[in-house]
Design a protein around this ligand. Structure first.
Ligand code: AMP
Length: 283
């Protein structure tokens, strides 16, 4: 694996890669969720590029930018083992030089849920991903369903800005007990880690209700709310059942919906979601 930091070195190394190139943008502190994206990219592309960049513009002033976990050595070992061709670790000087003033706003999709709780977050995400796309010039780029609203925003931006890139959204990888893997899980104390399981339990209960035939979203959202409220040490930030394309709330599920949850335990925010799909009637 070649590791580069400057844009000049990235461009030189990029030119030598076999096409098609698959790209996995990350913030590092890698886990099996990230590696699943790399594996998918490897299965579909002849070369794989990964970026590690903790993007300051997607963190709010009181968020965890400074303390976001970093472990470049460990990340490099995982990426080498996964067979990545090129690792890019851009610098702040390259991404946001003095005088930087261009931003991308995916207007409607960035408003609800995470967008409402984290003002400016998706503007930072869309901008950095567009910049990374321009620099890496991949044919395919891989994102996790765990960050469902982010994935939808990237798909919309890619279409709106005519990037010639296929966006591939990959399933959420979970710990044994169901908790979605996240770099932020390392912040959790033992009690918080245990309490955080309530997210999956709540989503599972809603899924069961859906599988029993419930098609109104209110009872599905209520069971999530009620389940989380029973758990000490966890605050529910939102539970919502939305249209997967618009992220607008829906009342009745006729085809597909996304059930999303965000909780806070201690200083840590965690998010998760499941897809609810109405099975086609046989015959
Ligand atoms: P991050 O480093 O948190 O910015 O994540 C980089 C990419 O990995 C994003 O596309 C995430 O959605 C994806 N990702 C993070 N956690 C998981 C997970 N548990 N399963 C699948 N993809 C994930």
């Amino acid at each position: 694996m070649i590791t580069v930091s400057s844009l000049t070195d990235l461009r030189k190394a990029r030119k030598k890669l076999c096409e098609p190139v698959g790209f996995v943008p990350t913030m590092g502190y890698l886990h099996e969720g990230h590696i699943s994206l790399v594996r998918r990219a490897k299965s579909e592309c002849r070369s794989v590029v990964v970026s590690i960049y903790v993007n300051p513009s997607q963190f709010g002033p009181h968020e965890d930018f400074e303390k976001y976990p970093r472990n470049l050595e460990g990340d490099i070992a995982l990426l080498e083992k996964a067979g990545v061709d090129l690792l890019w670790t851009p610098t702040n000087a390259c991404m946001y030089p003095p005088g930087y003033q261009t931003w991308i706003d995916v207007e409607k999709l960035s408003q609800p849920l995470e967008g409402a709780l984290r003002p400016g977050h998706f503007r930072g995400v869309a901008t950095i991903v567009a910049k990374l796309f321009n620099c890496v010039q991949p044919q395919k780029a891989y994102f996790g369903q765990k960050d469902a609203q982010q994935a939808a925003i990237i798909c919309q931006m890619t279409e709106d800005l005519n990037f010639p890139i296929d966006i591939v959204v990959c399933p959420t990888v979970r710990e044994k007990d169901g908790l979605a893997m996240s770099s932020r899980n390392c912040y959790l104390t033992q009690e918080q880690r245990s309490a955080a399981k309530v997210m999956v339990q709540a989503l599972d209960l809603a899924r069961q209700l859906f599988e029993q035939g419930e098609r109104q979203t209110a009872p599905l959202v209520e069971i999530v709310q009620h389940t989380v409220e029973q758990q000490t040490g966890v605050i529910l930030q939102y539970a919502a059942c939305v249209d997967p394309k618009t992220f607008l709330p829906m009342d009745t599920i006729t085809d597909q919906a996304l059930l999303l949850i965000a909780i806070q335990t201690g200083d840590t925010r965690l998010i998760d979601n499941i897809e609810l799909t109405v099975a086609p009637v046989a015959g």
